[in-house]
Design a protein around this ligand. Sequence first.
Ligand code: BDR
Ligand code: CA
Length: 311
Amino acid sequence: MNTRKLIFDTDPGVDDAMALMLLARSAEVELLGVSTVFGNGSLDTTTRNARVLAELLNLRAGVHRGAAASLDGAPHNPPAQVHGRDALGDAGLADGPARAESAQPADEFIVETLRAHPGEVSLLAVGPLTNLARALRRAPDIAGLAREVVIMGGAFGFRGQGGNVTPFAEANIHADPRAADEVFAARWPVTVVGLDVTHRVVMDSAYLDALARDAGGLGRVIRDISRLYQDFYRGTGVPDGFYVHDASAVACWLQPALFRTVRAPLAVDLEGEAFGRTRLLDETAPRPAQAVCEAVDAEKVLALYAQRLRA
Ligand code: BDR
Ligand code: CA
C-alpha cells in the first residue's frame, strides 16, 4: 500500500484524541510525528495527553513539545468546561502510562522533517496554529516543501455559521489569530475545515454506544472520555451528541471527496469586536488562494470513522 507521510499538530483534547485514533487505525498513514501546542489544556497538559495517547495507540511517531502560548503571548484560559481539567474528559485516561517525549521541539521537528522529504509530508493541524507559524518564521522555505496543510479551525459564515468562542471566532483561531493569518498567507496549499462543516457532523449516543460495543477497547475509551464533552454540547443546544471537529479534518485529509470546497485568499481579523474571525478575501488580494470547506457528506464521514475504528 502507498502510504502518506504526516505530521499531526494537536492540543489533545477529547476530539483531538479521537482524531489521532482515526489516524492510528488508517493503514495508509505514515505518522512521522505528533507535535503539541497549548489550547484545550496548558502545554504541559496537552503534551502529557499526547504521550499517553502515543502509548495507548502504540505509535512509532515521537511526541514533540511545541508552543506554550500564542505568538503575541496573550493569556489563555484552557476550556476545562469543554474538555475537562485534564483535557481528556476527566475520565482517568490522562493518568495512564505515557511515552517519553522527544528532545526535539515541535517547530524544529517540523522544519527538519519537511526539508528531509521535500513535497512528501502533509501537516494536519487541529489546535492553535502557533507551531506552524513558528516553523514558517524560522524557515520560510518550508512553504515550498509541504505537500499540503489541512487545518481544523475558523468559521466562514456559510449558512450563517458563526464562531464558538465569540459570535465571530472559532477556538483554535481565536487562541492565536496572528499565527493563523500567517499560515493562511504562506505559499503552501492550505485546506481549512471549519465549523461550517464540523457542525454538520454529529456523533450521537447511539453512534457512541455502537462504537463502544463494536470498536473494542478504543470504542470504550471514546465513550468514557466523551461524556463530559457531550454534557457541554448539551448545554449549547445539541440535544444528543457532539460536533466532530478534529476527526472531520482527518477525514478531509484522508478522503477529500467527502467535502466541497471554495477557493479564495484568506485572512483573520486581528483586532476589534471580530478578533479571531476568519474571512474570504477578494480574489485580487495579494495572497494565495486557499481551499475552504463549505459542505460535507456527514454520513460518509461518520461511516468512515466507525469503519476504521472497528477494523
Ligand atoms: C476546536 O477547538 C478545540 O476545542 C477542539 O479540539 C477543536 O480543535 C473546535 O473549535
Ligand atoms: Ca483540537
